[in-house]
Ligand binder design. Structure first.
Ligand code: CA
Length: 245
């Protein structure tokens, strides 16, 4: 990780946290800045994606509130750029719920999404939750709550896969598949059952989708993906996750 965010204390991280607010609508940006300042946050503002990226690089905040629709350099591009070097918490702000669905499927690495219009109370609750997760993920005490699967540590609450201390990015669906198999370790599921249980009964995809996500998960957590010790194939049936004792 090239950039780390300064943190004061795990006990009350929200009281001293700096938030970078990237939003081009001036009235909304200023209203949000006022609301967050009155909640005890230090707020920095940027009105374009490029300005937001520059502000992030100059002084990494504790959390970034990033609007999706920005002129020139959009929120998706900004998020990707930041994620190439940092795990700083990012909450994406979208104008429509359908946008949230779309961008959350892009695996941008955002920690949460809020859809306009939202109340400042809702936003503050989301910000505090994301900051708490980030602080917990970085404190040594939280390591015990992670599960060791093959070569990786799985942070179910933070929805992260860590390998040698670094986050390995997989698509949200792949993580959901892994979480489902962890919760049902030792039980064999067919591809159809996994589609039903993880993707949902309405999903019209093909069973090959399961294979693609399983391949990605094996790359993420297995020492030798072609010879998996945890995410095993059961011939002619499907898959099972086996946890070593
Ligand atoms: Ca906007």
């Amino acid at each position: 990780m090239a950039v780390t965010s300064p943190r004061q204390s795990d006990a009350m991280p929200e009281r001293t946290s700096t938030i970078l607010l990237v939003e081009d609508e001036r009235a909304l940006r200023e209203a949000l800045a006022d609301a967050l300042t009155s909640e005890g946050f230090v707020v920095k503002q940027a009105d374009t994606g490029a300005a937001g990226l520059a502000a992030f690089r100059a002084a990494p905040p504790d959390l970034i509130l990033l609007d999706l629709m920005l002129p020139e350099m959009g929120g998706i591009e900004v998020c990707r750029s930041i994620r190439s070097s940092s795990r700083v918490p990012i909450i994406m702000v979208t104008a429509k719920a359908s946008e949230t669905d779309r961008i959350s499927g892009l695996d941008l690495g955002a920690d949460d999404y809020v859809t306009k219009p939202f109340s400042s109370r809702e936003l503050v609750a989301r910000i505090r939750a994301v900051l708490r997760r980030a602080a917990a993920g970085e404190s040594p005490a939280a390591v015990g709550s992670r599960l060791r699967i093959a070569e990786a540590e799985i942070d179910l609450e933070g929805q992260r896969i860590l390998r040698s201390g670094s986050v390995v990015h997989v698509k949200p669906k792949a993580f959901q598949l892994l979480a489902f198999l962890i919760q049902n370790a030792g039980r064999v599921y067919s591809r159809e059952q996994l589609l039903d249980r993880v993707w949902g009964y309405d999903y019209a995809g093909e069973t090959r989708t399961v294979d693609v996500h399983m391949h990605a998960l094996r790359q993420a957590i297995e020492a030798v993906p072609a010879q998996p010790t945890a995410l095993q194939t059961v011939r002619n049936i499907g898959y099972v996750l086996r946890r070593s004792a």
